[in-house]
Write a protein that binds this ligand. Structure first.
Ligand code: DGL
Length: 275
């Protein structure tokens, strides 16, 4: 194998999110593909993306992608549903053939459509994600007979960021969203926000046992592995240390990373933006 091909295999996988929610995806990729080096970028200076304009989300996503390209990433994983639903095409076009771009929505939709024969699929996510109907339109395009009910649940991501889960407050908020009429009679629920795996068990406990509750972490990790294998870009040799950058550093973020990424990690500050 040529030296340059060898160095591409060793190139990192870039992963980004508005903050640290995408660490749930990074953690799943790390577990599934332990030979891969990860470069994570959490745009904590602009968190949450869920309330931002499409213009701002696209601009942030392109700037972060440029940073990941400067780190020679072979792949960029948009580990944020909000950025995936609004900026995926823009990022893909911008990156061109410099790296593979993966969003978190398409692999989840493919998985749900495969597993759900009929009935009503619920989707919960940020206001911005729900407004785009990114899930509903993709599901309908693949299986028009499925009904889709999408509900914005804007309190959930900040609640999780603040460490409120598995307690009375989180239970009350989660139950108040999930008992909305819109989600009545669903037979599967997509957690369309990379923060939500942390409250998956609380969500599951609201529903009967047979309810299919789907999050993006493992599904996206599987897709990353399949795409790299297909392109013969999996690293079979030794890896370099992972790096985790945030655009605004606080020690509380550093503490919270332990919730999202199993194991302790050290955040590095990189000022992509002038604050
Ligand atoms: N992690 C982001 C997502 O998946 C949600 C948080 C935010 O609003 O920035 O949509």
């Amino acid at each position: 194998m040529s030296v340059s091909k060898q160095s591409v295999l060793k190139s990192p996988i870039g992963i980004f999110d508005s903050g640290i929610g995408g660490l749930t995806v990074a953690s799943a990729i790390h577990n599934l593909l332990p030979n891969e080096t990860l470069i994570y970028f959490g745009d904590t200076a602009h968190l949450p993306y869920g309330d931002k304009s499409a213009h701002a989300i696209r601009a942030y996503s392109v700037a972060i992608s440029d940073y990941l390209l400067s780190k020679k990433c072979k792949m960029i994983v948009i580990a944020c549903n909000t950025a995936s639903s609004i900026a995926y095409e823009t990022v893909k076009q911008h990156v061109g053939n410099k790296a593979i771009v993966v969003n978190v929505i398409d692999p989840v939709v493919a998985s749900v459509v495969k597993k759900t024969k009929a009935g009503k699929v619920g989707v919960i996510g940020t206001k911005a994600t729900i407004k785009t109907d990114a899930y509903g339109s993709r599901i309908k395009a693949l299986k028009p007979e499925l009904e889709v009910a999408s509900l914005a649940t804007p309190l959930l991501a900040p609640m999780i960021e603040e460490g409120f889960f598995n307690n009375n407050i989180s239970r009350t908020i989660i139950h108040s969203y999930l008992s909305k009429n819109k989600l009545k009679d669903i037979n599967s629920l997509i957690l369309a926000c990379t923060h939500y795996p942390l409250i998956k068990s609380e969500i599951k406990s609201f529903f009967p046992e047979h309810m299919l509750v789907v999050d993006s972490a493992e599904i996206v990790a599987g897709e990353v592995g399949r795409v790299l294998a297909r392109k013969k870009l999996l690293n079979t040799g030794s890896k370099n240390p992972h790096h985790f950058y945030v655009s605004d550093y606080t020690s509380s973020f550093e503490k919270s990373t332990r919730l999202f990424f199993k194991g302790k990690i050290k955040l590095e500050h990189y000022a992509l933006w002038e604050l």
